[in-house]
Write a protein that binds this ligand. Structure first.
Ligand code: UFG
Length: 318
């Protein structure tokens, strides 16, 4: 089976490329390296170093594939508030071009990277796929718009589709070429920032006055390797004319201070941090209900927070 991975030069897409190739798939990659890195693309893949907004490049990249894993997107909440236009353009218009190219080429299967940001400030914890979607930023809104486009495409044209709504992805994959890991610039995510904190440049903990046991925000972390295993299952179970939405997390939550404690175990030293004001747009607690993933994908996460932190640390330091 041949698949196109959009965003295959990025952290999560690049991990998918390596795991798909190891599982025996043939892989095309489409990525313009605007945030990804060409040297992250597994050399066994066929690489189209082109933009998702370039319709003729997308047309070439989908030729001969059986399915698409669509990771390519702008994905920073804060940036989406200050530059919403690029979120609508890349995430919505780009996906429109991809869906049109797939339709023209009669490609009938897609697995889409959606996000917990589609739910917005949750009314209930854990968050199920039936929870209200009320995104609080253009990033979440753009991903929700794509979910609507895909539903319509499934009903109109028989597309087999699964949107996977990620919570907080962490960890790294060890490959024969070295670690496939996150290389964001600027880095905004908690775990890399915890691991790179120094006395001169301490971690900023965004709020210690949240309504949680230790006052810091709680998030649901899932290892990138577990996450991609779920994508490979999704390719198997996607059904024509059906668009399933499935949460991917661990089903449990850790506070910022618990993440720091886990990092201190991996590092064997304390993590320097200071208290900073709350970050705009952060909800206090996000935890996924993952029973639908377990039911439909026969999936459960196997790697815990300590494994995520330890793999991330090895990937940055080895
Ligand atoms: N945090 C800090 N200091 C930092 C970085 C983060 O205290 O330097 C805190 C945040 O305030 C938050 C938690 O750590 O409470 C996790 O923050 P991240 O930036 O790592 O992740 P987010 O929960 O903000 O966002 C992630 C993805 C989004 C996605 C969202 C869905 O980055 O793309 O999960 O839940 F939309």
């Amino acid at each position: 089976m041949k698949v196109l991975v959009t965003g295959g030069a990025g952290y999560i897409g690049g991990t998918a490329v390596s795991m798909l190739l190891d599982a025996g798939y043939s892989v095309n990659v489409l990525d313009d390296c605007s945030t990804g890195h060409a040297d992250s693309v597994d050399p066994r893949a066929t690489f189209f170093n082109e933009s998702l907004l370039n319709a003729s490049a997308v047309h070439n990249a989908v030729a001969g594939v059986d399915a698409v894993l669509h990771f390519s997107a702008k994905s920073l909440v804060g940036e989406s508030v200050s530059k919403p236009d690029i979120y609508w353009e890349t995430n919505v218009s780009g996906t429109r071009i991809l869906l049109d190219a797939m339709h023209s080429a009669s490609i009938k299967k897609i697995v889409f990277s959606s996000t917990a940001a589609t739910y917005g400030e949750p009314k209930e914890i854990p968050i199920t796929e039936e929870s209200i979607t009320n995104p609080t930023n253009p990033y979440g809104a753009s991903k929700l718009a794509v979910d609507y486009m895909i539903t319509a495409q499934a009903h109109a044209y028989g597309l087999a589709a699964i949107s996977l709504r990620y919570f907080n992805v962490a960890g790294a994959l060890k490959t024969s070429r070295g670690w496939q890991t996150e290389r964001h610039n600027p880095e905004t995510h908690l775990i890399p920032n915890v691991l790179r904190a120094t006395p001169e440049n301490p971690l900023k903990v965004f709020g210690e006055d949240w309504p949680t046991a230790d006052g810091t925000c709680i998030r649901d972390y899932v290892h990138v390797v577990d996450l991609i295993r779920a994508h490979i299952s999704a390719l198997d179970v996607a059904t024509p004319s059906t668009h399933e939405i499935i949460n991917l997390g661990s089903g449990g939550g850790y506070s910022v201070k618990e993440v720091i404690a886990s990092a201190e175990k991996s590092l064997g030293r304390s993590v320097p941090y200071l208290s900073a004001p709350r970050r705009a747009g952060d909800p206090a607690v996000l935890i996924a209900d993952i029973s639908k993933a377990s039911r439909l994908l026969s999936w459960k996460p196997e790697l815990d927070l300590d494994a995520m932190v330890s793999d991330a640390w090895k990937s940055f330091s080895e």
